[in-house]
Design a protein around this ligand. Structure first.
Ligand SMILES: *[C@@H]1O[C@H](CO)[C@@H](O)[C@H](O)[C@H]1NC(C)=O
Ligand SMILES: *[C@@H]1O[C@H](CO)[C@@H](O)[C@H](O)[C@H]1NC(C)=O
Length: 337
């Protein structure tokens, strides 16, 4: 046992110097971050309301950009340049979905997300971006509701997609009545964030509770979308839903640099019928192993009736174990890329 921490620490030293060696954080930002709106006045105004179309990639990303900048002050005590803001995980995930073609129309009945003029279109048929809606619109509107965005709750409205309009909510009062639990948990996160004595672990706890409520309130409503995907991609989506629970239990800190590194393991394009991990052509060994192990973890979870998750949760109660897992994940990524 003593042997493992020994070589692990050498790698930690190596990892931290490689991060210090890359001081310009803008290289870690998601695609088109600079081009996305960064303040409310960048959006259209009608009847005194800001009108935001979350079905356009840059507009949706702009919601995150405003959210990140409005919460920066609460993370300033942890690191400069907002690097430790735990909300970075959300825009980086959307960025990965966009980059990998997962925000496009999986049915291919429209050009949404494909042709150059529709490149920025986000499809309401995309399982990924439907779920992301509840990890974007809800945290965003809840932040407005919590008073940290500098505008009043009735000053902003989101536009509906061309279909399935009844599955989403579009303003603070609408989301409060259709998704009260999500709005409540995100609100609790912001209230804690605002307290001067906030500590990082506790922030993560509130974040993951809120994140989980967004997933619990939305995953069940979009299972019909699995049908639009190849079997490997649909399996990957289902595994993703399971694996998130393990990530939550480990209180994974979705900060900027860490999440950027973590994303190296995610599949760079939508999986095809012929893709069999770990032999997917064009994927790095890490990406192949990630697809394989995510599916493996889901099988383990299903075959043990989630006893494996319960065990994991117990293990993750101690800070030392959480740190070790994080460390091993980073070493693994470093070795496999
Ligand atoms: C970081 O890089 C971007 C372009 O990639 C540039 O606009 C910005 O000024 C750089 N920031 C610093 C602090 O060097
Ligand atoms: C909020 O959206 C709902 C529909 O989701 C609508 O009925 C309501 O009028 C909207 N409220 C405001 C203040 O815009």
């Amino acid at each position: 046992m003593a042997f493992i921490p020994c070589w692990a620490w050498v790698l930690v030293g190596y990892l931290s110097t490689s991060v210090v060696g890359a001081p310009n954080l803008s290289s870690f930002y998601p695609p088109l971050w600079e081009e996305s709106p960064g303040q409310f006045s960048d959006y259209k105004v009608e009847n005194g309301k800001y009108i935001i179309d979350p079905w356009v990639y840059t507009s949706r990303m702009g919601m995150y950009k405003i959210l990140l900048s409005q919460t920066a002050t609460y993370f300033a005590k942890f690191a400069p340049e907002n690097e430790q803001n735990v909300l970075w995980g959300l825009p980086l995930q959307l960025g990965w979905q966009f980059r990998s073609g997962r925000s496009a129309d999986p049915t291919r009945k429209t050009n949404c997300g494909y042709e150059s003029e529709d490149h920025l279109c986000i499809s309401a048929d995309s399982w990924w971006t439907d779920i992301n809606y509840f990890l974007c619109a809800i945290p965003f509107l809840s932040a407005v509701d919590s008073g940290i965005m500098g505008i009043s709750p009735d000053q902003v409205t989101l536009l509906p997609p061309p279909k399935d309009q009844q599955r989403f909510c579009y303003n603070v009062s609408g989301c409060r009545s259709s998704h009260p639990e999500m709005m409540k948990q995100w609100n609790a996160f912001y209230q804690y964030l605002k307290s001067p004595s906030s500590n990082f672990d506790e922030i993560l706890r509130y974040l993951w509770i809120a994140h989980t409520s967004s997933l619990e309130g939305s995953l069940g409503n979009f299972e019909d979308k699995f049908l639009y995907y190849s079997e490997p991609e649909a399996n990957f989506e289902k595994s993703w839903c399971v694996v998130v629970n393990y990530l939550v239990a480990s209180l994974y800190p979705p900060t900027l640099i860490r999440t950027h590194i973590f994303e190296k393991g995610l599949p760079p394009r939508v999986l095809l019928k012929t893709d069999i991990a770990p032999f997917i052509k064009g994927f790095t060994p890490l990406q192949n192993v990630v697809v394989l192990s995510l599916n493996g973890l889901r099988k383990l979870d299903e075959s043990t009736d989630s006893e494996s998750l319960t065990g994991w949760e117990t293990l993750m109660k101690t800070k030392t174990a959480r740190k070790l897992v994080l460390l091993l994940m980073e070493i693994f990524i470093e070795i496999a890329t």
